[in-house]
Ligand binder design. Structure first.
Ligand code: NAD
Ligand code: MG
Length: 390
C-alpha cells in the first residue's frame, strides 16, 4: 500500500486524482486531504477514502468540517499552518494541487520529507523553482510534473540525453479569445473568460488560459523543470489541444506527445511512474480527428508571453513578483475592478515598481524572502489596480 496525500483535493486536479485512487482503493493508504471553502466535499471524500486527516485552509470552516466528520474517525484541522504540518506527515506520494502561491510552503514541506511530489501547482515553480528543486535534491525527493505540457516533455525525454535537446515546444489552445477581434478584448466578461474551448479546469487557470498568463507561467515552469535556457523554449498555438508538447533534438527529430485533453493522463503518469498503467482516458481516433492545426503565438493579443521573457531575463525573485502580481490582477478581474486586458498592464507595472525598489528582486531565494516579496508585490499590484480604478 502506498501512502498518499492530496493537497487541493477538492479542486479540479484534486478530484481527478481521487478518481484514479478510487479505482484501486486497496493500493492506497490516504493520509491527508486538503481543501478550502468546500468542506462538505472534503469531508465526503475523506470519509470515503478513510483519510487520516482532512484540513481546510479556511479557519472559519473548522466547526463545519468537524461536524461533517463526526464519528468517522477522520481528524479535522484548519489553517495554512495545519496544511504545512500535514505535508510533513509521512507519505510516499504527495499531489501538490493547491492553486496559487499558497501551494509553495506545503510543497517545500513535502519535499523535505523526501517523498515523490506530483507537482500541479506551477505557481510554486514560478515563484521559487530553484529553491524547490534544491530542497528536493537535498532530501532525496522526486518531483514529477503534472502540468500536461511538462508531463509530455518529461515523457518525450525518457531515455534521452539533455545535451541533445535543441528546443522544447509547449502548445497552447489559445484559450477563450483566440479568434476574437482584438478591439473587443477589453470588454471581455468574466463568464466569457471562464469558458475554455477544450479543457475542464478550475476557474483561475481557465481565465489564465484566455489571457495566456497560464502559458507564460508554463514557459518559466519549463525552464525550471528542465534546466534549459529561455531561448530554447517555444510556444505554439494548437487549437485542438491534443499535441501537448514537442521536444526537438540535435538530429532534427521532433518527439511529440499526443493524447486527449484529460488531466487524468498526466496525473496517472505521475502516480504510477516509473511504470505505465492502464488509465481511463479516451483513445484518440486520429483518422476521425483528421487534422491538427498550428500557428505562431501573437504577442499583441497575449502580452503575457512577452512579460514571461522579461521575467526570465530579470532572474532573482522576479518570478515571485510576476506570480503575485498576476494573482492579484486576476482577483481584480474576477471582482470586476479591472477589465480583461488591464491584467497584463498591472503585472508589467508591478514588475517595474518592484524592480525600482533596490534589494527586493535581487534578494537570496529563501522561503521567507519569497513569501516576503510575494506580500510586497501583492500590495504594489493592489495599489496599481486602485490607481486605475480611481
Ligand atoms: P481549483 O481552483 O479547481 O482547485 C484549487 C484547490 O486549491 C482547491 O482544493 C481549493 O480548496 C484549494 N485552495 C484554494 N486556495 C487555497 C489556499 N489559499 N490555501 C489552501 N488551499 C487552497 O484549481 P485546479 O484547476 O485544480 O488547479 C490546481 C493547480 O493545478 C493550479 O496550480 C493549476 O495551475 C494547476 N493545473 C491545473 C490544471 C487543470 O486541469 N485544472 C492543469 C494543469 C495545472
Ligand atoms: Mg498546462
Amino acid at each position: 500500500m502506498r501512502r498518499v496525500s492530496i493537497f487541493g483535493a477538492t479542486g479540479s486536479i484534486g478530484q481527478n486524482t481521487l478518481d484514479l485512487i478510487r479505482r484501486a482503493p486497496d493500493d492506497y493508504d490516504v493520509v491527508a486531504l486538503t481543501g478550502a471553502s468546500n468542506v462538505a466535499q472534503l469531508a465526503r471524500d475523506a470519509i470515503a477514502l478513510r483519510a487520516d486527516i482532512a484540513i481546510t485552509a479556511d479557519e472559519t470552516r473548522l466547526d463545519d468540517l468537524r461536524a461533517a466528520l463526526i464519528g468517522s474517525g477522520v481528524e479535522a484541522a484548519a489553517g495554512s499552518r495545519a496544511i504545512v504540518e500535514a505535508a510533513s506527515r509521512p507519505a510516499d506520494w504527495i499531489m501538490s494541487a493547491i492553486v496559487g502561491a499558497a501551494g509553495l510552503a506545503p510543497g517545500m514541506a513535502a519535499l523535505a520529507q523526501g517523498c515523490t511530489l506530483a507537482l500541479a501547482n506551477k505557481e510554486s515553480l514560478v515563484c521559487a523553482g530553484a529553491l524547490l528543486i534544491q530542497t528536493g535534491r537535498e532530501h532525496g525527493a522526486t518531483i514529477l510534473p503534472v502540468d500536461s505540457e511538462h508531463s509530455a516533455v518529461f515523457q518525450a525525454l525518457v531515455g534521452e540525453q539533455m545535451d541533445a535537446v535543441e528546443r522544447i515546444i509547449i502548445t497552447a489552445s489559445g484559450g477563450a479569445f483566440r479568434d476574437w477581434p482584438l478591439e473587443e478584448l477589453p470588454q471581455a466578461t468574466l463568464a466569457q473568460a471562464s469558458n475554455h474551448p477544450n479543457w475542464d479546469m478550475g476557474q483561475r487557470i481557465t481565465i489564465d488560459s484566455a489571457s495566456m498568463f497560464n502559458k507564460a507561467m508554463e514557459v518559466i515552469e519549463t525552464r525550471e523543470f528542465f534546466n534549459v535556457s529561455p531561448r530554447q523554449i517555444e510556444v505554439l498555438i494548437h487549437p485542438q489541444s491534443m499535441i501537448h508538447a514537442l521536444v526537438g533534438f540535435n538530429d532534427g527529430a521532433l518527439m511529440a506527445h499526443v493524447g486527449p485533453p484529460d488531466m487524468r493522463h498526466a496525473i496517472g503518469y505521475a502516480l504510477h511512474h516509473p511504470h505505465r498503467q492502464k488509465l481511463p482516458v479516451e483513445r484518440l481516433d486520429l483518422a476521425a480527428i483528421g487534422r491538427f492545426d498550428f500557428r505562431a503565438p501573437d504577442d499583441v493579443r497575449w502580452p503575457a508571453l512577452r512579460i514571461a521573457r522579461e521575467v526570465m531575463a530579470r532572474r532573482g525573485l522576479a518570478g515571485a513578483v510576476f506570480n503575485a502580481a498576476k494573482e492579484t490582477a486576476l482577483d481584480g478581474f474576477i471582482a470586476g475592478a479591472i477589465g480583461f486586458t488591464r491584467m497584463s498592464d498591472i503585472v508589467a507595472e508591478t514588475l517595474d515598481a518592484m524592480d525600482a525598489q533596490a534589494g527586493h528582486i535581487d534578494a537570496t531565494m529563501t522561503l521567507d524572502n519569497v513569501l516576503n516579496i510575494d506580500h510586497l508585490a501583492r500590495k504594489a499590484a493592489q495599489a496599481a489596480i486602485l490607481k486605475r480604478a480611481g
